[in-house]
Write a protein that binds this ligand. Sequence first.
Ligand code: MG
Length: 376
Amino acid sequence: MAAARLAPYAADESQSRGRRYDEPSSLYRGEYQRDRDRIIHSTAFRRLVYKTQVFVNHEGDLYRTRLTHSLEVSQIARSIAVALDLNEPLIEAICLAHDLGHTPFGHAGQDTLNECMRDYGGFEHNLQSLRVVDELEAKYADFPGLNLMFETREGILKHCSVKNARELGDVGERFLQRKQPGLEAQIANIADAIAYNNHDVDDGFRAGLLSLDQLREQPLFGTQLLEVQRLYPDLEDRRLIYEIIRRMIGTVVTDLIEETRQRIDDAGPASIDAVRDIGKPLVSMSDRIYEQHVSLKRFLNQHLYRHEQKLEMTRTAQVMIKDLFVAYAADAQRMPREFADAAARLDETGRARVVADYIAGMTDRYAIAAHETIAG
Ligand code: MG
């Protein structure tokens, strides 16, 4: 299948490391397009709409969910990929799948599930995203999971411990050999951070948890605020914020494209394997913009993610996830049949993993309802 113009260092399906299970190719779609389409049709993808990004679904209809977050990540990453002649369908597939392994209630849910799983190998949402596409989605007659291309799986697995890398085989190798993933994967990773930095400013402001006075101290925000106020002195706050955010995204994305293009020119990789062999990522912002980006990230961490109102949600989530885990670990029959059956065939560690898979797959509201059931 002919792709758009690709740079020599882009992922190219004709040189792919392929799928875990061989399949005939599609008549009218490229292999990475098929990956993207399989992800969109997956159960885990549909559930993202009811999973917390920062705000729990019932806190309001206008906040980002994991689904809209994933779409924004994909939009940003695709723009960068096209500008650098990289593989757009591949990057879209990676971005749409990157958060499939998230638990209900965001990071609070993941941290609690990880604690519950401490004696059984832990729980990590990024590794779980790979597990969802490799094992848990049960849709195809010929193989478990979605049977995605190597490069898509490589992009989904952003980080990994040495111990897990050994167990993962091909896709874990780079963590043992200290190599990099392809450029599409590198961009997807950074587009995630660009997306949440910006949409969390928007959501945080709308929720009344962040103020203009706080935000203006942030160089990324402050610079654009001055500019927009100069051009549109009478703009009301809602439009002011949007106008600033679109400019912040534009600034960071443009900087990233230009800095990365420079680094690619300097390193001159002739193929995706040459990209992988370079010891550090080629995808990067300039030092100046990166500092501003990190400063905003730290600010959000301190003032939004740890806001008293958020911490309350965190504590509730901790109690719910823990109660669910304890209840299902004690009596696997309380889970739906496919999970109960799977658990019945396994030892204690295996059973704990089935329970974690079940809980991780829940949406926020499903978890709340399940908790009401077990709490009687
Ligand atoms: Mg994300």
